[in-house]
Write a protein that binds this ligand. Structure first.
Ligand SMILES: C[S@@+](CC[C@H](N)C(=O)[O-])C[C@H]1O[C@@H](n2cnc3c(N)ncnc32)[C@H](O)[C@@H]1O
Length: 193
């Protein structure tokens, strides 16, 4: 899917898409690396969009592992399903999806990778999403997300950073990837063991 299609969807649904272009392949590869997708059995991606992070995640994922993408935009979901047959994409809101509809009640994830536009979200939605997803991340499991450089100084960006520190341990920020549009960095943290 082209960057033009992404931009069209962004104009139609700015609050949900919250970006002017898909993430760069380099950002995707770096996120899969810091989240340690290579050794995960179950990976959940939030907001895969046009799949800029999905391709590097699926490349790094061990063959016998499971992937689930939760994406709000039906147009993106249809495209992701046709480009990645054999992998599971749900047209669903990350804060509402019933994981037991797919996996056993006590199933946990090893990794959650987010491409969500956190700084566009109100405080309540940031909290609702993390509180819905993180309890299902196994102890020691990794959560990785990107933030646009500069936006992290906005009140919503600072709030999100504080929220991450309140829910995870060992939260680190990567160096800035200047080649991304806009430049971005990665937050990665773990659920305490
Ligand atoms: C900034 S775009 C990122 C797309 C892609 N991950 C990338 O990095 O290029 C954010 C994506 O999150 C999706 N999204 C927004 N809110 C969501 C929610 N509550 N649950 C699931 N997906 C959501 C949007 O539809 C959009 O595709």
């Amino acid at each position: 899917m082209s960057s033009l299609t992404f931009a069209k969807q962004a104009l139609k649904n700015w609050k949900d898409v919250g970006a002017i272009a898909p993430s760069s392949p380099r950002l995707g590869a770096r996120m899969a690396e810091v989240a340690e997708v290579w050794r995960a059995q179950r990976v959940v991606e939030l907001g895969p969009g046009t799949g800029a992070l999905t391709a590097p995640i699926l490349d790094a994922l061990p063959h016998d592992s499971q992937y689930l993408g939760l994406e709000l935009n039906d147009h993106f979901v249809q495209d992701l399903r046709s480009r990645h047959p054999g992998h599971h994409f749900e047209n669903a809101a990350a804060q509402e999806f019933d994981f037991t509809s797919l996996w056993p009640d006590d199933a946990t994830f090893d990794v959650v990778i987010s491409g969500l536009p956190w700084t566009s979200f109100p405080d309540s939605l940031q909290t609702d999403i993390l509180d819905h997803v993180l309890p299902r991340l196994r102890p020691g499991g990794r959560f990785a997300t990107f933030a646009y450089w500069g936006f992290h100084h906005l009140p919503s960006g600072r709030r999100f950073r504080n929220l991450l520190h309140s829910r995870l341990v060992g939260v680190e920020s990567s160096r800035i990837l200047w080649g991304n549009l806009p430049p971005a960095f990665i937050y990665v943290g773990r659920v305490s063991e």
